[in-house]
Design a protein around this ligand. Structure first.
Ligand SMILES: [Zn+2]
Length: 106
């Protein structure tokens, strides 16, 4: 019983997280004018997690309270961000910038 119950609540949690993520993505894209904050592209848009942890807690499933740690980028720039540990939007960069203050488009 415990196992089944555990699975059901895990499944519910996943659905809940998916809904939160869907809504967070929608809001971030609106904030960012539906364009890549790095190159201005309007195609292949994805929403990037600038960090996964705030004050030691995971923001997964709780992104609506951390919209500044999300940013709209195109799929090309998304790959570049993850490859470059010194990129200002890379989650592993100690000096990363948040999605509200990042000045990608000059
Ligand atoms: Zn781009």
């Amino acid at each position: 019983m415990g196992r089944i119950k555990g699975r059901i609540s895990k499944y519910r949690k996943t659905l809940q997280n998916d809904e939160v993520w869907e809504e967070a993505r929608r809001k971030v894209k609106i904030r960012d004018d539906h364009q890549c904050r790095i190159c201005g592209s309007k195609i292949g848009l994805e929403v990037h997690h600038i960090t996964y942890y705030v004050d030691g807690s995971s923001i997964r499933g709780n992104e609506l309270n951390h919209l500044k740690w999300l940013i709209t980028v195109c799929n090309n720039d998304h790959k570049k961000i993850h490859k470059d540990l010194n990129h200002p939007l890379n989650p592993k960069n100690k000096f990363k910038q948040n999605g509200e203050t990042y000045k990608g488009i000059s």
